[in-house]
Design a protein around this ligand. Structure first.
Ligand code: SF4
Length: 170
């Protein structure tokens, strides 16, 4: 595929690490138009398209990803409906989140003293978790006693650089 001098110059402005990909994309779209030469207009048209895609990516990157850790003992009797209801309606401890917030993990501590929190937070970090909520069942004395290991669990998560919020639906 031939390129005009102006088109080649314009392509040079594309960051090097994506230039090859951009070139291929432009040539494919020019081919589809039934043309054999890439002009400045073709490059600018493509730049607008890529720009829109990049904006979308940036938007996706702004998504807040949260997870909830809850008491393993309580999970025997609680399916977590109240936590999810509260998140879905952005209530109580979820009220600060916007519509672009996703819940990416909901897991139990693994039993006293919270033996699998460390491992699972590591795994969530690979998926970009921003915040871990300690479920209300860990913090309250209603039906089940408050978690005696809550402080260690909280410190463990904070040490990894992940924000902690105490509570979900209460
Ligand atoms: S460590 Fe706390 S949250 Fe986990 S099972 Fe024990 S009491 Fe429940």
């Amino acid at each position: 595929m031939e390129w005009t001098t102006e088109a080649s110059g314009e392509l040079e402005k594309v960051p090097e690490h994506v230039r090859k990909m951009a070139k291929m994309g432009i040539e494919t779209s020019v081919e589809k138009k039934g043309k054999g030469i890439v002009t400045l207009e073709d490059v600018r048209e493509a730049a607008q398209r890529f720009g829109a895609l990049m904006e979308k990516d940036e938007k996706d990157n702004k998504t807040t990803r949260i997870a909830v850790v809850r008491c393993d003992i309580v999970s025997e009797t609680c399916p977590g409906v109240a936590c999810f209801k509260s998140f879905n309606k952005r209530k109580v401890h979820f009220s600060e989140y916007g519509p672009d917030t996703e819940i990416i993990g909901f897991f139990t501590c693994g039993g006293c003293p919270g033996r699998r929190v460390f491992r699972l937070v590591d795994s969530l970090m690979k998926h970009g978790v921003d915040v871990v909520h300690l479920s209300s069942c860990m913090l309250m004395d209603t039906g089940y006693p408050k978690c005696p290991h809550i402080d260690e669990i909280k410190k463990m998560i904070l040490k990894k650089g992940v924000k902690v919020v105490e509570g979900t639906h209460h």
